[in-house]
Ligand binder design. Structure first.
Ligand code: ZN
Length: 307
């Protein structure tokens, strides 16, 4: 039985795949022994159908390992990016939260945030403070603790509607980890600038690092231009200071002495000796015991008195 070349060629793929009937296989085999064109076609087809892109198993493993490595590397990179993004988000949220709470990046910044509260205290009612004319604030200086975690910032606040100037000390600390290195106000003291006397002192002390440490400061604001040197004794130690161009000078001190005994706040007799002198060393003012009557009660304290 003779078959058409085309029919034989149609059957060839089935024979190669081994799914042709016995009869078809015999017909194809017989035909290619007789027909050289179809034999050529048969050889060609066998080559093409047999997968020639065979990849040895070893190569597969290498490829797999390379892909796995690439994926691991990519995953690590994604994890790193996610971690960084989370940390940055937490950091920014922390800064915003602290800022809203009144914390700032410098002691002066925290003092600025706190002065609102300080001003409120100079008025009898919050309404009066609200309706008051804008105060004029002059920052004089900041005194920091040796570990740079506590500070006292001194400023002058002039209130036009009262025609009064206050010498204010704003305490702040950065000892709390959650503050992220920002300064937060933790107290202030306010004193009226004594223009008649020509020298005013202020100060205070506060604890930080959850009460583990104390920082105190004493500062002077000089309005008498003749004052060139201030010397005073506190806790058995004598200090000598030179007012700067703003008339400001001060010291920071540990509220505990060398024997770790509490020595207390600067005033109430702690500073009982002191002089303010001119360029020739002449005493212009000195610290004296003063007794004043407050609401029917005699109160004794130490203050500057004109010589
Ligand atoms: Zn043929």
């Amino acid at each position: 039985m003779k078959y058409d070349h085309d029919i034989i060629r149609d059957l060839m793929p089935l024979c190669i795949d081994g799914i042709a009937s016995e009869k078809s296989s015999e017909a194809v085999e017989k035909h290619i022994t007789e027909c050289s064109d179809c034999k050529k076609e048969w050889e060609q087809m066998k080559k093409n159908i047999n997968p020639c892109e065979y990849v040895p198993l070893l190569d597969d493993t290498v490829k797999y390992k390379e892909t796995a490595k690439r994926i691991r590397k990519r995953n690590r990179w994604i994890l790193l990016k996610v971690t960084c993004a989370t940390l940055i988000a937490v950091f920014i949220l922390g800064i915003i939260g602290n800022y809203i709470d009144g914390a700032r990046f410098t002691p002066k910044g925290s003092a600025k945030a706190e002065i609102k509260e300080v001003l409120l205290d100079t008025y009898e009612t919050p309404e009066q403070a609200k309706n008051a004319s804008k105060p004029d604030i002059t920052f004089l200086g900041t005194i920091k603790s040796p570990d740079k975690k506590a500070a006292a910032t001194y400023a002058l606040i002039y209130q036009p509607d009262k025609n009064e100037t206050f010498f204010v000390s704003c305490d702040s600390d950065r000892s709390d980890l959650l503050r992220m290195g920002m300064w937060i106000g933790c107290g202030w003291s306010l004193g009226e600038l004594n223009k008649d006397i020509g020298i005013t002192m202020n100060g205070g002390a506060f604890d930080y690092e959850n009460g583990a440490k104390w920082f105190g400061s004493v500062a002077f604001c000089v309005t008498d231009e003749n004052i060139k040197k201030i010397s005073f004794t506190m806790n058995e130690q004598t200090y000598e200071l030179t007012p700067d161009e703003k008339g400001f000078c001060g010291i920071g001190y540990d509220v505990y002495n060398q024997n770790r005994q509490y020595v207390g706040l600067p005033f109430n007799g702690k500073i009982s000796e002191g002089t303010a002198t001119d360029e020739n060393g002449r005493v212009l003012y000195s610290i004296q015991q003063v007794t004043e009557n407050f609401a029917g009660k005699d109160v004794t304290y130490y203050d500057w008195v004109k010589s």
